[in-house]
Design a protein around this ligand. Structure first.
Ligand code: ZN
Ligand code: ZN
Length: 233
């Protein structure tokens, strides 16, 4: 059980919300989506992007029904073809076309990611990542990049993150892990990318915020739930 008194150590599953003047983009639908939306006052989602199909990133998809109702329509969702295959299995009732009395179906307008695209006026660059042996994507928006759940960048991705000045990157724990960067690897990768500001995410219980923050080099900080970062367009 988490016994830390530091509110920054109370962590829900990984997701970010990108708010722009033209609309808002949610990256991943964590199993905590409902609680995250209520806690942080998220009342609108204009598009959803998926990084990969692990349970901690997709299991909240059913929660978009509330946004469907408030916005009166489906939400455009973007994922790679293999991620859609998993989502279609997990949330079969949203895709099988079987009419269900009383509704209860998330309304999803599915788009396949196969390169950069524009959504709510924002240019989105998918950044291929290695999550262990699994190819997944991070996303770049302008000079900001969100690289969660990764243990390596393939060669093709380095040009895609060139010029990123604000970075959020996976740093699971201190010790090595087969599918996630540890803190040292995340810091090293951030330095290679050359980001001015880096925030570490997907942190385990053992990485307490205060202790980790004190150990990190200049320009690198632990992220925390509710952290808001301003990005110049
Ligand atoms: Zn994962
Ligand atoms: Zn994850």
């Amino acid at each position: 059980m988490c016994q830390s008194a530091d509110p920054r150590d109370k962590r829900l599953r990984p997701s970010i919300y990108v708010e722009t003047e033209r609309g808002s983009i949610l990256v991943d639908t964590s199993p905590d989506l409902r609680q995250q939306a209520l806690t942080f006052g998220i009342t609108r989602v204009d598009a959803i992007l998926f990084t990969h199909s692990h349970a901690d990133h997709i299991l909240g998809l059913d929660e978009i029904r509330r946004f469907n109702a408030m916005q009166d329509g489906p939400i455009p969702c973007y994922a790679a073809a293999d991620v859609w295959a998993s989502i279609r299995r997990t949330f079969y009732y949203a895709f099988d076309g079987v009419p269900r009395k009383g509704g209860g179906i998330p309304k999803i307008d599915a788009h396949v990611i196969d390169g950069p695209f524009t959504v709510v006026g924002v240019r989105v660059i998918p950044v291929p990542l290695w999550h262990g042996d699994t190819p997944i994507v991070g996303f770049r928006f302008g000079r900001f990049a969100y690289l969660t759940d990764c243990s390596g960048l393939p060669d093709e991705s380095w040009p895609l993150v060139a010029g990123v000045d604000t970075l959020v990157i996976d740093a699971l724990r201190d010790t090595k892990h087969p599918t996630h960067f540890n803190v040292e690897e995340a810091v090293e990768t951030a330095r290679s990318i050359g980001a001015e500001r880096t925030y570490l995410t997907h942190l385990t219980h053992r990485l307490g915020h205060a202790r980790l923050a004190a150990d990190l080099p200049e320009g690198v900080e632990p992220a925390f739930d509710g952290l808001a970062i301003h990005i110049e367009e």
